[in-house]
Write a protein that binds this ligand. Sequence first.
Ligand code: GDP
Ligand code: IMO
Ligand code: MG
Length: 428
Amino acid sequence: MAVDVLLGLQWGDEGKGKIVDVLTREYDIIARFQGGPNAGHTLEFENIKHVLHTIPSGIFHQGIKNLVGNGVVIDPIIFKKEVEALKGYGVNVNESLLISRKAHLILPSHRILDAASEASKGKNKIGSTLKGIGPTYMDKTGRNGLRVGDIELDDFEQRYNALLDKHRQILSHYEYSDYNLDSMEAEWMEAVDYLRSLNLIDSEHYINEAMKSGKSILAEGAQGSLLDIDFGSYPFVTSSTTMCAGSCTGLGIAPNRIQEVFGIFKAYCTRVGSGPFPTELDNEVGELLRKNGHEFGATTGRPRRCGWLDLPALKYAIDINGVTQLIMMKSDVLSGFETLQVCVGYEYKGTKIDHLPYSIDEGLVKPIYKELAGWSEDITQLEHYDEAPQSLKDYVEFLQQELGVPITILSVGPNRNQTIRIEKHATA
Ligand code: GDP
Ligand code: IMO
Ligand code: MG
């Protein structure tokens, strides 16, 4: 059977975790294909909020396999904590969690290198989550990395020491000494032992055999398209391929296996970390979005920058991913705004454009907004799209028309149950 892909279309935190959890029942396998503990995917049900970092968001459903693919980078310490927390909720990880031998390992020294690099950049820092993501992917493409499969080899410690020596050399070029490697190392080695006891598999073989035997797969993305290493707002991006193509390289599936591509976006826009954000609202409206949407990072707790929806950026993300269905999140957060603004183009070097140019740096692009009517109703208890306020239906209809892709799911609150299906060709 085919693979469906679910990914974020903005700067991350669109609500991927929630929707993967909602859709999991329709699949046999949920597979993460890139990123690592920089991600924070929030799931809410039965009055409990769970934040997953490396583990796929289908893990709370019995009988479903959850695969951490080869494109993911794993910090054994964080991974162990995540698994232990899940066990506390009665999740049978022996039964449901699988880890690719080809996934790369984040070493303590990768985290130190991340911190040293950011510190050296001063005010030009990326705003990294400091989980060691950049240095780990650099070692992967530089052909120096350590992989999960290496922990099963006799000479693992030699390999570890060889990489650590390289890192020490690089670190000597930074003026950075704010770390205690010895204590980090002891905890890491213990966590590596723990990782050895989990289900380590040849995941590309597993997933292809699963497809041949008719199993259905949902590939779960992390971050978002505007943080993609190639197509994001470089250099203020993450270090992996967050777009649809990343699901092929990050899982070992062929492009012609991909069927539906679910693109998730918030009804407005947020960004955490540095980098350009044309529709950012550095004012009381932005504050209100942050307050109403509880816009604080799930991984770092940092306040998220907030702004209006940016259609040129969304269209760009839809194109590069081949999105077939859209999912609009956090619609409830817009309740109470008399009017809403949507960016439909930019003023760029004296002309009007409706696409995302090479650079969206501050001062280069000025958003052109279209104003739409807001709605005052609380929609968090809404169960059927038919009963939605007319202005919300108009907002959905306007976006579908502009984007040329149907919005098939509307999220009206953080809980699993606060999710509404919209019939594919429903009109307002
Ligand atoms: P992810 O990284 O894409 O999985 O998203 P995060 O979990 O980092 O951030 C999304 C946040 O919004 C989480 O706190 C969710 O609980 C919350 N959330 C998800 N959907 C909705 C929604 O429709 N309405 C509201 N108010 N909150 C939501
Ligand atoms: P999820 O999967 C939002 C951002 C960081 C920083 C930049 C680089 O929860 O949507 P990195 O740690 O990768 O070197 O940071 O990318 N970033 C995210 N922003 N959601 C995420 O993941 C993110 N993962 C990384 O804030 O700006
Ligand atoms: Mg997140």
